[in-house]
Design a binder for this molecule. Structure first.
Ligand code: BG6
Length: 498
């Protein structure tokens, strides 16, 4: 069991014919069913603009489940059972017209599946529709909480800068209370992100070393081999900054750097996370120039196969200045971390898909082995988030033999290497948490707010004062622009690409 009590739910997916719903939400519902976590009283209504019959919709959902589900994909009986709970309602959700009929339709499903009036509204739509849908739901009387819960799940990006995020938040909080709002950052649903706190706070030998007395620097990487795929239109407005850095990368940083919470309660954890953002030294115009690097991929090779430049992707402008890579150096100004540089980088079309946190420890005094063997490899702790999930400790040992030689060796724990060990997909965990009313793994408003505050300083400088780099400035299949290597090399460090 994932834990918690499971409560009857009618899930309403706006954007129910879209990519996210088919790739992530429907397979997640199926996996929850197969693993025995779906509530007995459950139904899902997809709301979409396309005209289609319920039968066609179910067939499409079934084929997505077969394609993307993690477990037991081929079991027709299970798939049939799950999609028999799936319904389709065609409507233009941007227009108020039709919301009252939708309400009656949902009430009928509610009576049929005994979901007790509980509703989860999942907004898997383009961000510009978030506010409109919430307002229409309210006006049609679908948000009333009297005898049942009403929750809203909002996909990222939450705004495109601080001002637009505040505006959106005002609309949403005008209708829903903070504890009804589930802002998704799907990285938080990943098994290893949840494990970061366990590793840090359930072990005696990490926490005492987790500070500026012992740590030289931290680097967090999330690289992908894919390009922007069919999302050129969206990506042109987002770039790596809004797509990955403002949310997923900062979440990784918050979990790595936060203080121990007073309890494992949702608020206690989120309180400590947000303090990390508040303590990050703001990027001055000078720091944006020296400490932030942008890149955009050009033609190149991924796994030996030629791929084209970002500017040649569908729905991307041929002279686009959107960044597909970003690296930055920052510092957290608190007692634990002052003086420890933190390097973050994320990019598309890089040589491998990997997300990992590397903690590099300070060297010991330059005597004994350090004096006699020249420079030794630094000790490193590597938390592997994906696709390999594990923890590696790299330290120095004696090379077996009669000669005195020191070599780096590893303690390697891999939690998903054994065959059959497949971690639940992030969306399974997150959907289940929404049903259970647990918002720990979702983003609270102040996290969004402080993340934008930080990032806005950078994007403002880019758009007004700093000339764009000559894009493309890295070939697909490489580790990003040369300037990103300089960012570390000038500090006598380098990116750990092993
Ligand atoms: C999404 C971004 O939030 O995360 C995508 O919009 C990115 O651009 C994706 O590819 C990466 O997620 P994952 O789970 O595949 O690492």
């Amino acid at each position: 069991m994932f834990g918690g009590i499971i409560i009857h739910s009618l899930l309403v997916v706006f954007g129910g014919t879209g990519d996210l719903a088919h790739r992530k939400i429907y397979p997640a519902i199926y996996n929850l069913y197969v693993s025995g976590h779906l509530p007995e009283n459950f139904a899902m209504a997809a709301v979409g603009r396309r005209e289609k019959t319920e039968e066609t919709f179910r067939k499409e959902a079934a084929s997505s489940i077969r394609r993307y589900a993690r477990e037991n994909r081929g079991n027709q009986e299970d798939i049939d059972h799950v999609v028999s709970r799936f319904f389709y309602w065609q409507a233009d959700f941007t227009k108020y017209n039709g919301y009252e009929e939708l309400k009656d339709y949902l009430n009928a499903l509610d009576a049929r599946f005994h979901t007790h009036g509980n509703r989860i509204f999942y907004l898997a739509v383009a961000p510009e529709h978030f506010g409109t849908i919430v307002q229409h739901l309210d006006r049609s009387g679908m948000t009333d909480q009297e005898r049942a819960y009403k929750r809203v799940v909002i996909e990222k990006p939450f705004g495109k800068d601080l001002a637009s995020a505040i505006e959106l938040n005002n609309i949403i909080t005008g209708v829903f209370k903070e504890d009804q709002i589930y802002r998704i950052d799907h990285f938080l649903g990943k098994e290893m992100l949840q494990n970061i706190l366990v590793i840090r706070f359930a072990n005696a030998f990490f926490e005492p070393l987790w500070n500026n007395k012992y740590i030289d620097h931290i680097q967090i990487t999330s690289s992908e081999t894919v390009g922007v795929e069919n999302r050129g239109g969206y990506y042109e407005t987002a770039g790596a900054m809004r797509d990955m850095m403002q949310n997923h990368m900062l979440q990784l940083l918050m979990l790595t750097a936060m203080e121990p919470p007073v309890s494992l309660d949702t608020h206690a954890i989120r309180d400590e996370k947000v303090k990390v953002l508040k303590a990050i030294a703001p990027f001055s115009p000078e720091k944006v120039k020296t400490n932030v690097v942008r890149g955009q991929y050009g033609d190149g090779l991924i796994h030996g196969k030629p791929v084209s430049a970002y500017r040649k992707e569908e729905r991307v402008s041929p002279d686009s200045d959107t960044e597909t890579y970003i690296a930055m150096k920052l510092e957290i100004e608190n007692f634990r971390w002052a003086g420890v540089p933190i390097y973050l980088r994320t990019g598309k079309r890089m040589p491998v898909k990997t997300t990992k946190i590397v903690i590099q420890f300070l060297p010991l005094p330059g005597i004994l082995y350090y004096r006699n063997f020249g420079s030794l490899e630094p000790n490193r702790l590597i938390i592997e988030i994906q696709p390999r999930e594990g923890v590696i400790i790299r330290f120095n040992g004696k090379k077996p033999g009669t000669r005195n030689e020191i070599i780096p060796v590893e303690l390697d724990f891999c939690q998903n290497c054994a065959i059959g060990e497949v971690s639940p997909d992030a969306y399974e965990k997150l959907l289940l948490d929404v049903m259970n009313g647990d918002s720990t793994l979702f983003t609270r408003w102040d996290e969004v707010e402080y993340a934008w505050r930080l990032m806005d300083n950078i994007t403002r400088e880019w758009s007004s004062n700093i000339e764009n780099p000559a894009f493309p400035n890295y070939a697909s299949g490489t580790w990003g622009p040369a300037a990103a290597d300089d960012l570390l090399e000038r500090d006598g460090r380098f990116w750990f690409n092993d």
